[in-house]
Design a protein around this ligand. Sequence first.
Ligand code: NAD
Length: 312
Amino acid sequence: MSGKILVIGASGQIGAELTMKLRSIHGSENVIAADIREGSEELTKSGPFEILDATDREKVGEVCRTRDIQDVYLMAAMLSATGERFPDKAWKLNMDSLFIVLDLAKEKVIQRIFWPSSIAVFGPTTPKINTPQHTIMEPTTVYGISKQTGERWCEYYHKKYGVDVRSIRYPGLISWKTLPGGGTTDYAVDIFHKAIEHKSYTCFLSAGTALPMMYMHDAIRATVDLMDAPASQIKERSSYNLSGMSFTPQDIADAIIQHIPEFTINYEPDSRQQIADSWPSSIDDTPALEDWNWKAAYDLEATVSEMLEHLS
Ligand code: NAD
């Protein structure tokens, strides 16, 4: 690789682990972490770190030019649940930051972009089971609308200006290193912390709400694999469906009980239930398998074992 990597939103749930993975592959000095807030000590001490506002066009351009950035991973965004509380801020952050990096690639300041989309691009009219890559997409959240719009613009910049932008529709991500940042699937991380601390959990989704989920290890591997694939193999320039596992709050509670027999769960669905109800329950990721050989490694049992082992 000739230039360096910039991860914007590096202090977040995905950004923190992605940055450390990229540093282990490309060398710490070659991966610049940036966020609007300080990151963990591991992140800020292991390599370069910048305080950077992803919506500041001038500053993002300046960092890319002075740091000789080749690839930008744009992880800064406002997520689904928080986005419903601050719709205008969510729209502004999610769209402005994307246009800034797309334009930098169009102007050839940077060469490649990774930008994550989400299962939130789907809506209540989308087929819920094994949702295909190409299907009805009528999202009902500000977050989902911003991701769907972002996908359209990524494909447009690729077709029109030859921008090498790559994307994954992440499902809900489960990780132990960094807490999630205001999404509808956050319960699947929260539940482990509460199971260990209090042996009980009150879930904000109902018992039978099945959603597509993935262990962070798989999500990072998918991201690295997608960026490693030759450009000619990347057929989807909107965003790839990606499947890990699919489970309900009751399924994950049952899996935790196998390790912590006294664990109990009760259900008090809140406004996030409506968001979850509008999303698919499982995802068909055949194009990701065909184009760049994607296959998830972690199922629910393996995820629960690792989460409890690391958090205990
Ligand atoms: P997060 O909320 O944990 O992290 C986002 C980071 O962006 C935070 O550290 C935040 O400080 C930073 N940020 C916010 N505003 C900023 C700004 N103006 N400038 C610079 N940084 C700013 O989110 P995450 O879960 O790590 O998600 C990363 C990306 O992946 C997002 O685009 C999100 O939509 C997408 N995604 C996440 C999930 C998931 O389950 N975590 C699922 C689907 C898609």
